[in-house]
Design a protein around this ligand. Structure first.
Ligand code: AR6
Length: 179
């Protein structure tokens, strides 16, 4: 049995600065950029990323909620960039949890397929898309832990929190503090 939690790290900071094999972008279905972490990633990574996104859009017409695509990371210190589209929070009755879970699973699967051993996630959907942070942290930890117990190709998963609230919820979910 693989101890999933020992492979998960939690940090506070800017995901664009991370030197890992793959970082994940909380994108939108157009794949053509936006605000939040998406804007920060495109700004820091340069125009090569958008150019590859446009090719994907021409090929498959964007990316559906819960799915993921992979591009170059451009000028970012990581090797790959995985774009996933989180659900917009709609009260919880529109399969938001399953869709958010799919974001983590599909991103991890793409990472494995491209040979990445380390991957960093932002707190998908918890910004503009309005997913409650506590519930999002539960989905993130449950989904990633499950994936890691079944798959030994990924050696490190980093949850990168930009804000204190997400950090505290994830810290608790990961059992790093006593509740
Ligand atoms: N590093 C790590 N996390 C960050 C950074 C950063 N540099 N910047 C923001 N965050 P959001 P969403 C956190 O809104 O809710 C975009 O316009 C932020 O604090 O970026 O999935 C897309 O194009 C928050 O906790 O993504 C879509 O249209 C988390 O990243 C839409 O927003 C996610 O917030 C997607 O909304």
């Amino acid at each position: 049995m693989i101890n999933a939690t020992s492979k998960i790290e939690l940090i506070k900071g800017d995901i664009t600065k991370l030197s890992v094999d793959a970082i994940v972008n909380a994108a939108n279905s157009s794949l053509l950029g936006g605000g939040g972490v998406d804007g920060a990633i495109h700004r820091a990574g340069g125009p090569e990323i958008l150019a590859e996104c446009k090719k994907i859009v021409a090929r498959q017409g964007g990316c559906k909620t819960g799915e993921a695509v992979i591009t170059t990371a451009g000028k970012l210190p990581s090797k790959f960039l995985i774009h996933t589209v989180g659900p917009v929070w709609n009260g919880g009755g529109k399969d938001e949890a399953e869709k958010l879970s799919n974001c983590y699973i599909n991103s991890l699967q793409l990472a494995v397929m491209s040979g990445a051993k380390s991957i960093a996630f932002p707190n998908i959907s918890t910004g503009v898309y309005g997913y409650p942070k506590f519930e999002a942290a539960q989905v993130a930890v449950k989904t990633v832990s499950r994936f890691l117990t079944k798959n030994d190709k990924i050696e490190k998963v980093i949850f990168v929190c930009f804000d204190e609230e997400n950090f505290l919820f994830l810290e608790r979910e990961l059992g790093l503090v006593k509740s």
